[in-house]
Write a protein of this length. Structure first.
Length: 405
């Protein structure tokens, strides 16, 4: 296994560090969680096609894509960033009914780690803790699968789903709701070759008067299945066990241990009126700093450019490291190049902020590998005073890879 640092044997920090803005996508899921891509290489190939030069893998609970992401990116003169995503729970917020960055579940908190060490530096105890998270998540979807099968039986469809087969055929160790929705679509298409019979199956299963998607729109059908069957208060919904979540404090600790930068993912105006946690820019910035979180990210395809600019610029000015991505954790083809809502191009200011975030993350990966400490101090606080130095180092590191002929 070739680690990240081994690709920089000929790198010297004294080389030119002239500013050079490149396209960056610092949040991409692979099939090791759920992905719009069927293979890791597909994500990297599309990045090359679109001229996106810096790419961050960001799977749920998983680091399994790292080896292929590392080698595949460097082989294509792309700069790889190694990230991870967790789902935590703020129990106080849950009790009060306050929403953080999950629009449908009070207290539930998505949380990323950026620029983790590769090879991994996690203890066996922490690896076991993460493995349990995956097991718990799989059990959750297994219970959903049982409820879907009960619904199939009630409606006398004459077939059923096999969770273990879903895990083997459609997933890479981790089964999520979207895998179950996909399995339902595939099973339906296998049994109903006639379009009218297939349509009637969906109408009866989803208890609806009709569906919005065309029958050959695989992504659209899967989304409708998930929303009408698997979400809260729907026929196959399973309430999640609060004991299956870590606290945000525990997640932050794991990310620090893994050599990463704790990162809060913003919804911003993806939710009308914003969530309780995010509504005030000043308040959320202060709360994040108090939590020891100095890095934030956005998925701009969910945001109006004007609102993205308000939040991203404010947080940048407050000293946060800011990055953007697309997720690609839902079915269907979409661009890897990061754009705002409705395909609006990011302006130069947003592109520069995103690139600077990538540079700082790149510098962190390099410094941590070289000396055991990157852009965070031993308490996990961003060394804001050295921001320019980190940015210049990261720019040089990225150019060392992306400028190769």
């Amino acid at each position: 296994m070739t680690g990240f640092i081994e690709y920089f044997k000929t790198f010297t920090p004294t080389q030119s560090t002239a500013e050079q803005g490149l396209k960056v996508n610092n949040h991409l899921h692979t099939p090791f969680s759920f992905s719009a891509f069927s293979k890791v290489s597909d994500a990297l190939d599309q990045s090359v096609e679109e001229g996106v030069k810096v790419v961050g893998v960001n799977d749920f609970f998983s680091f399994d894509a790292y080896p292929e992401w590392c080698e595949g990116a460097f082989d294509r003169n792309l700069f790889p960033l190694f990230n991870v995503e967790f789902i935590g729970l703020n129990e106080a917020y849950q009790k009060e009914g306050l929403k953080v960055n999950d629009p449908g579940n009070p207290g539930r908190t998505y949380f990323s780690g950026k620029g983790l060490a590769y090879p991994l530096v996690l203890s066996q105890e922490t690896k076991s803790k993460i493995a349990k998270l995956v097991d718990d998540a799989n059990q959750y979807v297994r219970e959903m699968t049982d409820k879907v099968n009960a619904l199939f039986a009630k409606k006398q469809f004459g077939f059923s789903l096999d969770f273990d087969k879903i895990k083997t055929d459609l997933a890479k160790g981790q089964v999520r709701e979207r895998h179950l929705a996909r399995a339902i679509r595939i099973l339906a298409e296998k049994h109903y070759k006639d379009s009218n019979r297939l349509l009637n199956f969906y109408i009866e299963l989803l208890d609806t008067n009709g569906i919005s998607s065309k029958l050959d729109d695989e992504a659209g059908i899967e989304n409708e299945i998930r929303n009408a069957l698997l979400k809260a208060d729907k026929a196959a919904y399973v309430a999640e066990d609060p004991n299956g979540f870590l606290s945000v404090e525990e997640i932050r600790s794991i990310i620090i241990e893994a050599g990463g930068i704790p990162t809060y993912p913003f919804l911003a105006d993806a939710v009308k009126g914003f969530t309780d946690f995010e509504r005030s820019k000043a308040k959320v910035a202060a709360m994040l700093k108090e939590m020891g979180v100095w890095s934030v990210e956005f998925i701009p395809t969910r945001n109006e450019l004007s609102e993205l600019k308000k939040y991203a610029k404010y947080l940048f000015d407050q000293g946060f490291v800011v990055s953007f991505g697309t997720e690609h954790n839902s079915p269907g083809k979409q661009l890897i190049e990061v754009k705002a809502k409705n395909g609006v191009q990011l302006d130069e200011e947003m592109l520069a902020i995103n690139y600077e975030g990538a540079c700082i993350t790149a510098a962190h990966q390099y410094l941590y590998a070289k000396q055991g400490e990157g852009v965070l101090d031993k308490e996990g606080t961003f060394k804001v005073a050295e921001r320019q130095k980190f940015s210049e180092l990261g720019n040089a590191l990225i150019k060392h890879i992306t400028d190769k002929k």
